[in-house]
Design a protein around this ligand. Structure first.
Ligand SMILES: [Fe+2]
Length: 326
């Protein structure tokens, strides 16, 4: 596989410019944080197989720290790192969350604020045991919903974890959660009120696609929502939301790679500007299961990495009225 880290970073706009400046200066200078720059990470799937599932997949335990280290090597760091769920490889066991916390700690040590969301492999009880300080960030009762703001825009990270009935805050019992996503009525009502009052460009983030979360209409009709970003699928792609063929409004979407489990492997930068935001994918690998760890990649897989690495999706703050009703 042929790509260079410097070549990728040169494609990340301001980040690349700073990286070049660092190289010219010999690489010795203090790091700064860009308040408009975030890094998006999803599907980190950690597994502590010394506690449970001894033969389970642990490749993400090795890959995630490497990706974190690469991000922290930037001269200008993102002010925020956002995790779009699936901390655990299994059923949200607390030891998996502890591994995840250790892998993400270098971000906090570097002054980067962590914003964390739930995926279908997670468990809210385990999450709060390991990240108790996150309680002050929660915006919706009983759900891991939080907001992160840049000077130019807001990101609302929703909770689309659909627990088995009656187990929202219980210890995981091995059944796990439903694979598909969902949002409860309390969260849905909070979101409707929040979007109705939103005066700044707003992005919605979640583990699951908007259709599974049941919020396509909310995202499309809210005047201030200009993007929906999610993980879950481990596949880098872009798309759009719309609400019926009689409505001309659309919302740009992007799906994030997995930070180390299977499929498209990597992370993404998200930079907000006064008139738009840009999501730039960093893809480092593709594989389909853990047995590929040491094997040469077929050409089709290498091509996939080449196609995605450095790919940019632009989210303009520009949503017309529904002119079919005008
Ligand atoms: Fe996942």
């Amino acid at each position: 596989m042929k790509f260079t880290r410097r070549g990728f970073l040169a494609g990340v706009g301001a980040v690349g410019a700073v990286e070049t400046a660092r190289a010219a200066a010999g690489g010795v200078s203090e790091k700064t944080h860009d308040p408009n720059l975030m890094v998006f990470i999803s599907d980190i799937h950690q597994l502590d197989n010394t506690v449970r599932w001894p033969n389970g997949p642990t490749q993400a335990n090795d890959i995630l720290p490497k990706l974190v280290k690469e991000i922290l090597s930037l001269r200008t760091l993102p002010a925020n790192a956002v995790v779009f769920g699936d901390f655990s490889a299994s059923s949200g066991w607390v030891e998996d969350f502890r591994l995840a916390a250790a892998a993400l700690k270098p971000f906090s040590d570097a002054g980067i604020t962590l914003t964390l969301g739930m995926g279908n492999h997670d468990n809210r009880h385990s999450f709060m045991q390991v990240f108790p300080e996150y309680k002050s960030r929660l915006l919706v009762p009983g759900r891991i919903v939080s907001k992160v703001s840049t000077p130019n825009a807001d990101l609302i990270l929703l909770d689309t974890l659909k627990s088995r009935e009656g187990e929202d805050w219980a210890e995981p019992n091995g059944k796990g959660s439903h694979v598909e996503g969902a949002m409860d009525d309390t969260q849905r009502e909070w979101l409707a009120d929040t979007l109705a009052a939103a005066a700044r460009p707003t992005f919605l983030g979640a583990h699951h696609p908007a259709g599974e979360a049941g919020i396509v209409k909310e995202a499309v009709t809210a005047k201030s929502v200009f993007g929906y970003i999610f993980g879950h699928r481990h596949v880098v792609e872009e798309g759009f939301l719309h609400y019926g063929y009689g409505d001309s409004r659309t919302v740009q979407t992007a799906t994030l790679p997995s930070a180390g489990y299977w499929g498209d492997i990597g992370y993404a930068f998200f930079k907000t500007f006064e008139d738009r935001a840009e999501l730039t994918v960093r893809q480092t690998d593709f594989f389909f299961n853990r047995l590929w760890a040491e094997k040469p990649r077929p050409k089709s897989w290498l091509e996939r990495v080449r196609m995605h690495n450095g790919r940019k999706t632009t989210f303009w703050y520009d949503k017309p009225d529904n002119y079919y009703q005008g």
